[in-house]
Design a protein. Structure first.
Lengths: 79, 79
């Protein structure tokens, strides 16, 4: 059962990364990066590194908000 | 052990559903469901008192991220 959770966390991270490579729109890429981070945090918690999981969870939206601040100036990014 | 498995399976299903959804604004509810499922999995996974803080940090960070994406997208769409 623990192996199932580990395998699904790895699948979540890999699926988010590959989808972020393939998808065209910028906002969809950010959503796929959110999926990647969910898989990474689940993997960290499964392995027992709770402090690293807390830091990753709190620093993930900072990078996304900086990207969104740059992205909000471009009109064609919403397509 | 069954409950964590159900939570992770819901998270993976919603991640796949969010990636294959064509419209960006319809991706965001599935992203929220995936974030809730991952936060529940973090609490249930290992018996340690710091898991509560890890889950709180992940919940706050992921909600902030998805709401920032939604508000920037709506602002660009409205202009």
């Amino acid at each position: 059962m623990t192996d199932l959770i580990l395998i699904l966390a790895i699948f979540l991270a890999l699926f988010g990364g590959i989808a972020a490579l393939v998808v065209r729109s910028a906002f969809d890429k950010l959503i796929c990066l959110g999926i990647l981070t969910a898989g990474a945090v689940l993997f960290l918690v499964e392995k027992g590194y709770l402090d690293a999981a807390i830091v990753v969870s709190l620093l993930m939206p900072v990078g996304t908000i900086f990207i969104l601040l740059l992205l909000g100036k471009k009109r064609e990014a919403a397509k | 052990m069954i409950v964590e498995g159900i939570c992770v399976v819901i998270a993976v299903y919603c991640a796949v559903r969010a990636v294959f959804e064509p419209k960006t604004l319809k991706k965001l509810p599935y992203l929220n469901v995936m974030n809730f499922a991952v936060a529940g999995t973090i609490v249930l996974l290992i018996p340690h008192p710091i898991t509560v803080f890890a889950a709180i940090a992940y919940f706050i960070g992921s909600t902030l991220e998805s709401n920032a994406i939604a508000s920037t997208f709506a602002q660009l769409e409205g202009e």
